[in-house]
Ligand binder design. Structure first.
Ligand SMILES: [Zn+2]
Length: 525
């Protein structure tokens, strides 16, 4: 179990799940919990049992299906209703019976919210806190308290907000997490209020939303002011602008402030964990995310390339390996020889000066025609191999392809593609149907080649982007297509450029399949 002196508390499954468009099944929640545990967080808030059937089910299944190594589960819920005993409140009973070792109670700490939202007296609200905390403590559960709207409450009525804190601590709550529920705080003012809260001698935690873009900064400011419990969500999920990104918070505290929060090896796996969670949530990963984004250590070298070659640390704030990320060189029209050399080395090739020269010329020529290699690593690698190995032997040759798009009588659009290929001495004719011409071509190619290259079954087209580029010097506009493909271990992107969108798509698709076969270990056909 993690050290109790400082808590890393994740609320992805409860607060993070409020994000627009995010919808997690119980199995998804269990999967996310396993990923968070592997990262070494101390607490995982699973949801609100009793109030939400899916969350009740989560806690029930967690008892047999989750084997947590680091984390403890926390059940979230409210203090008892006004005018009843905690022991008689069915929602409190659901928390008691959740099987979770920790209960996090949400309580009002803003006088106006008590009166207007809860419609009870300030005194009764304190009694609800006292009664619910001590009732659950007596049953053997550890209790944390989320002081909702704490900062706005403090500004409205500081004495009452602090009274809530004291009441909860005296009743036996181990931590009182101060919540910036509306997310409107800035670090300096927040730190002053946290400082006041710490003087009550209650143990203070922090829960921030990112409405001012300061959730992580606010969290760090709170820690500096004495908070010893940080709440946040994987990848910064959460409603509106999201919650504090727990990965950024942990990396900052551990790498910049010397906290020992998660095992070093787990931190070095954080990029993978962050991406694995996006697979479960089906939310496109933010490539610019601090520490774990695919662009977090990507350099468009240009002028700096030769210096980066000498010492990469001159251009990055930490060693990306500490969080399991990599430095990447982007090959672009700003690129000179040094960045092509660097990129070659990154891919495992030691380029001769002649190869580098040829490659730089080819990249510049292609980029002037609308290609881009910054976002198409796989196309760049194929180009590099062509340059180094002369004309590579092909896995397959294309004789011809054709796509028909038909609007049926019933008004349905169906695309059908036929491809004629040559591979391993055979002539292959294959057809594929799809919901669009590119989908149909993709199916036809793979259907045709799968008998000869069974590993293509794992290949998947995961993203398709089209951009129309302005024509220059009186020419027509041209179309650029970027395709992202994956097998079960990696993703790669390829690019095609043509006047015709299908032609551009085909180029990117052909390279995507070729690169997939190279990855699978087929050096030549
Ligand atoms: Zn919240």
């Amino acid at each position: 179990m993690a050290d109790d002196r400082f808590h890393v508390y994740d609320t992805t499954l409860r607060d993070g799940a409020q994000q627009e468009g995010l919808n997690l099944t119980v199995a998804d929640k269990l999967a996310v919990a396993r990923h968070l545990d592997s990262l070494g967080v101390g607490f995982i808030e699973g949801g609100w049992p009793g109030a939400n059937p899916k969350d009740t089910e989560f806690f029930r299944r967690a008892q047999t299906e989750l084997d947590l190594k680091h984390a403890q589960l926390a059940a979230f819920g409210a203090t008892r209703r006004a005018g009843v005993k905690a022991a008689d409140d069915p929602l409190v009973a659901a928390l008691r019976e959740s099987g979770a070792p920790v209960v996090t109670l949400v309580a009002k700490s803003h006088d106006r919210h008590v009166e207007l939202a809860l419609r009870t007296t300030l005194q009764e609200n304190l009694a609800m806190i006292r009664d619910t905390v001590s009732h659950l403590r007596a049953g053997g559960q550890r209790v944390f308290l989320d002081a909702e709207h704490f900062f706005d409450g403090y500004k409205s009525n500081p004495a009452y907000a602090l009274e809530v804190l004291r009441t909860a601590a005296e009743a036996g709550a181990d931590v009182i997490a101060l919540c910036d529920t509306n997310g409107g705080m800035l670090p300096d003012e927040l730190a002053e209020i946290v400082h006041e809260a710490v003087q009550t001698s209650a143990r203070v935690g922090i829960h921030c939303h990112d409405d001012t873009g300061c959730a992580v900064a606010n969290t760090l400011a709170a820690v500096k002011a004495g908070a010893t419990h940080v709440q946040g969500c994987a990848n910064g999920y959460g409603e509106r602008s999201g919650n504090a990104n727990l990965f950024t918070v942990v990396a900052n505290l551990q790498l910049k402030r010397g906290f020992d929060l998660v095992p070093t090896a787990a931190l070095a796996d954080m990029t993978r964990v962050a991406h694995a969670i996006t697979e479960v949530t089906n939310v496109t990963p933010n490539s610019h995310a601090p520490y774990v984004g695919t662009s977090a250590f990507a350099h468009k070298a240009g002028l700096h390339a030769s210096a980066i070659k000498v010492d990469p640390n001159l251009y990055q704030h930490i060693d990306p390996a500490a969080v399991g990320n990599d430095m990447r060189m982007l090959v672009s029209d700003m690129a000179g020889r040094a960045s092509v050399e660097l990129k070659g080395r990154e891919l495992g090739y030691d380029l001769t000066p002649e190869h580098t020269k040829t490659l730089v010329e080819r990249v510049k020529d292609l980029e002037s025609r609308g290609f881009t290699f910054e976002a198409a690593d796989a196309s760049f690698e194929l180009l590099l191999r062509d340059t180094v190995e002369g004309q590579r032997k092909r896995h397959f040759e294309v004789e011809s392809w054709r796509v028909i798009v038909e609007r049926t009588k019933g008004g349905e659009l169906v695309s059908e593609a036929t491809v004629k290929l040559h591979a391993k001495g055979e002539r292959i004719v294959a057809t594929g149907e799809g919901n669009g011409p590119v989908n149909a071509l993709d199916k036809a190619v793979r259907l045709g080649l799968e008998q000869l290259y069974p590993e293509l079954a794992k290949l998947e087209l995961v993203d398709y982007k089209v951009r129309i580029l302005e024509g220059t010097h009186g020419t027509d506009a041209i179309t650029r297509v970027l395709i992202t493909s994956s097998d079960d271990t990696a993703e790669w992107a390829t690019v095609g450029v043509a006047e015709n969108i299908i032609d551009a798509s085909w180029q990117a698709l052909e390279q995507a399949v070729t690169y997939g076969l190279l990855r699978a270990g087929h050096k030549t056909a």
